[in-house]
Design a protein around this ligand. Sequence first.
Ligand SMILES: Nc1ncnc2c1ncn2[C@@H]1O[C@H](COP(=O)(O)OP(=O)(O)O)[C@@H](O)[C@H]1O
Ligand SMILES: [Mg+2]
Length: 234
Amino acid sequence: MLKVESIASGYGSAQALWDVSLEVGEGEIVTIIGPNGAGKSTLVNVLAGIHPAWSGSVNLDGVELTKLASHEVCGAGIAVVPEGRQVFPDMTVADNLEIGGYHPSVRQYRDETYERVIGIFPILADRGGQLAGSMSGGEQQMLAIGRALMARPRYLLLDEPSLGLAPVIVENIFEVLRQINDEGVSVVVVEQNVVEALQLASRGYVLEQGNIVKEASADQLLEDPAVRAAYLGV
Ligand SMILES: Nc1ncnc2c1ncn2[C@@H]1O[C@H](COP(=O)(O)OP(=O)(O)O)[C@@H](O)[C@H]1O
Ligand SMILES: [Mg+2]
């Protein structure tokens, strides 16, 4: 279980997260929705050890993560697909994947993991020699997810994976997330694409101005008048 308790964080003197608490159980798909500037990326980056927490705790099955460096958080079983994908554009697709599987805790499984990743995204094998930066946005998103999977995470965090992608590609990617979850990986997906995210997840949290203002089942959130008014424009 990933247990986040009373996280505060920010940039300089500007606080971006206030007392954020949430839980993600083993095997769950949980979504965190919220408007632009709500603190979603800051939260993901704190969970991944990329950005420091000011206070509070992130605990994965008894291991405290807030004091760990990002590669140690990765070794503990959390991988992240960052906002804007952030593949290494001047490296090949194959080398991007290689880097994802570089952590000593998973290096020995490299070949087996690679087979699994290209089983999910065959295009990453077809395009292995191509520079990542020359691929389309959707392909780069697949690569970013594939690179994260190379770390054999137990928890996969995704920061707005649908951003800037055509609806049919988004559908594709969310289908893959379901498949990855079926294979036993817990998924935390941060989204502004609220309907798709709530259709994928079993539970969701609403983050506004750095605070969790609501937690409910995905079905309940889809029916919630305030959520519908704020995020679905109905
Ligand atoms: N590098 C940064 N330096 C200063 N302020 C930042 C930085 N990144 C984000 N912020 C601020 O933190 C708040 C939360 O941002 P962010 O976590 O990116 O929100 P979201 O991902 O929900 O759009 C915003 O007010 C934003 O302006
Ligand atoms: Mg963001």
